[in-house]
Design a protein around this ligand. Structure first.
Ligand code: CP
Ligand code: NVA
Length: 314
């Protein structure tokens, strides 16, 4: 594996290999025999805020024997308009790998092409692949596997996290339901690429691999008998000017007692974090499921070490 740019560009086998290796990383933490990033120096280049992704990559790279430094995009010439192609060519001559958080998906792809070094998408407006790989591992760990499970995403169904979930559902045998008002449902063009049997609007999509996708504004229907209820912020980074409008439009699409009551008994409650209690999830549901949610956050470290190890192997 040369880069980790999207779930879209991963094969099913690569996803499964990452999940298996994440488990090895978790169970052998502190006593790894191999240090695949030894003598390597990795750059983290972020144009947006981050706690979990930044910390897990910094810790993970060091635990795998590598060195790492952080660049806020505004502190380097990129922030003053130097083209991403030129930045990439410089980094490619000095570093062994780069982890990039930015706005346009195209920018991480351009960086990968021009730098020639291993490049990881640490979140763009289009995808958050590292998050969803860690989430799949969390579901596997908590539920004994993801196959045949129903994962219901509630909230802003058009942002990076649910879009990466759509790609995961297109490659693996589980059912993804996205409950969101029409305006916040996934881009039909992306859905049509992931599930070519349909046109991409609201509806039900299936493929021969056992993947199933339901896009609906029917919140109750989407929650009914779900194994997992998942949410993300209503106001993603870069959308701050729309905050009040989004809060009004998405008000109903919350993980609360009613949603949990409709789901399977023992439903797994997940949140990629940061969480805004009282908006996308109630405070009481968050607190009752905090152990799962923070295990989900911890699993970012183990999954990312798996990704880095696979990138080091080429
Ligand atoms: N979930 C996630 O990516 O968190 P950060 O924005 O804190 O990295
Ligand atoms: N959709 C959110 C994810 C945060 C980890 C955002 O892009 O801000």
């Amino acid at each position: 594996m040369k880069h980790l740019l999207s779930i879209e560009s991963l094969s099913r086998d690569e996803i499964l290999a990452i999940l298996d290796l994440a488990h090895v990383m978790k169970t052998t933490r502190g006593c790894h025999e191999k240090h695949p990033l030894r003598h390597q120096c990795w750059a983290l280049m972020f144009s947006k805020s981050s706690t979990r992704t930044r910390v897990s990559f910094e810790v993970g790279i060091r635990e795998l024997g590598g060195d790492v430094f952080f660049l806020a995009a505004d502190d380097i010439q990129l922030g003053r308009g130097e083209p991403i192609e030129d930045t990439a060519r410089v980094m490619g001559r000095m570093c062994h790998g780069a982890v990039i958080r930015t706005f346009a998906q195209q920018d991480v792809e351009t960086f990968a092409r021009y730098s020639g070094i291993a490049t990881v998408n640490a979140l763009t407006d289009g995808e958050h692949p590292c998050q969803i790989l860690a989430d799949l591992y969390t579901v596997t760990e908590a539920c004994g596997g993801y196959a045949g499970k129903v994962v219901t995403f509630i909230g802003d169904g058009a942002c990076n996290v649910p879009l990466s979930w759509v790609w995961a559902a297109s490659k693996l045998d589980f059912e993804l339901r996205i409950a969101a008002p029409r305006q916040y449902q996934p881009d039909p063009a992306v859905v049509a690429r992931a599930f070519p049997s349909g046109k991409g609007g609201p509806g039900t999509y299936e493929n021969a691999k056992g993947g199933r996708l339901v896009i609906t504004d029917d919140l109750d229907g989407a929650c009914r008998n779900a194994d997992v209820l998942y949410t993300d912020v209503w106001v993603s980074m870069g959308k701050e000017k729309e905050a009040e409008y989004r809060k009004a439009q998405l008000a109903k699409y919350q993980i609360n007692e009613r949603a949990v009551g409709l789901a399977k008994p023992g439903v797994l409650i997940m949140h990629c974090l940061p969480a805004y209690r009282g908006l996308e999830i109630t405070s009481s549901i968050f607190d009752a499921h905090a152990d799962t949610i923070f295990t989900q956050a911890e699993n970012r470290l183990h999954a990312q070490k798996a990704i880095l190890t696979m990138l080091a192997a080429g």
